[in-house]
Design a protein around this ligand. Structure first.
Ligand code: 13P
Length: 255
């Protein structure tokens, strides 16, 4: 089992990596891990994640009460605590504001299309949660319905939260979200998206169970709209701007 000292250096390393990848600016974001004794170690509030040091981490109990550390715990710690409470399999949380993923969150568009096999394999789907004021129960109330079934969430008009079995796993999920958001923007520039079929996605969910050792869990997407697939469907989903764009294109073609 990793010692507290080792885990504080792990958080430092992934803070610097997250900042170095441009997923954070200024004092944005917060990272945490679950300690072997069930307490939580997190980044202090209002620290630059590119500069923070292992010795500055704060240890709190599962209800947010401070146990150790010179500084105050992150103001977003309630979000981390809710994730640890609802997901015993999760041991680390990364909250960041990566530019492309956060652009989707600000546009109110989920990353819910079955466009890239590896993203379906890694995350299944990345839903959008509604806006809630940061650091208040409004935010955690919006996240609660999604935490059990997903490992990465877009937070409307705010950012992205990912979580995993350890801090590398949680960071990798953030990396996947941002990479996928970038690819999704490129497909918009190219003007075409070819989604995977429901059959392809079904096979990927079976592979997902094998690859990530999720044996015994349900191999089907939890929500038929997430990820959205190609092929026969009674339902289509468009954002307001996509609908306007579609109507404008039809009107232009009629002229
Ligand atoms: P903290 O500095 O309190 O962790 O908050 C940063 C942040 O990103 C709020 O959304």
């Amino acid at each position: 089992m990793a010692s507290e000292d080792k885990l504080s250096h792990e958080i430092e390393k992934f803070c610097h990596l997250t900042y170095g990848r441009g997923y954070l600016a200024s004092t944005d974001g917060n990272l945490s891990v679950r300690l072997p004794d069930g307490n939580i170690m997190c980044t202090p509030t209002r620290c630059n994640k590119g500069l923070v040091r292992a010795g500055e981490m704060v240890v709190i109990d599962a209800r947010g009460g401070k146990i150790r550390g010179e500084r105050k715990a992150s103001s977003e710690i309630a979000m981390h605590l809710l994730i640890y409470e609802m997901r015993p399999d999760i041991h680390a949380v990364v909250h960041a504001h990566p530019p492309c993923g956060t652009a989707y969150a600000a546009a109110g568009i989920p990353l819910n299309k079955a466009l890239i096999s590896e993203v379906v394999l890694a995350l299944g789907c990345i839903p959008l949660t509604q806006y809630g004021t940061p650091g208040t129960p409004e935010l955690t109330d919006q996240l609660r319905p999604f935490i059990k079934n997903y490992d990465a969430l877009l937070m409307a008009n705010h950012g992205v939260v990912t979580y995993g079995a350890d801090i590398e796993d949680a960071f990798n999920r953030m990396d996947t979200v941002e990479h996928f958001a970038k690819i999704s923007i490129y497909t918009k520039i190219l003007g075409r998206e070819r989604l995977l079929s429901p059959e392809d996605v079904g096979k990927l969910f079976v592979q997902r169970q094998k690859y990530y050792g999720l044996e015994g869990s349900d191999a089907k997407p939890k929500d038929p709209m997430c990820p959205l697939t190609d092929g026969p469907s009674e339902t289509i989903s468009l954002t307001r701007s996509e609908l306007i764009d579609l109507i404008e294109r039809v009107v232009v073609n009629l002229k």
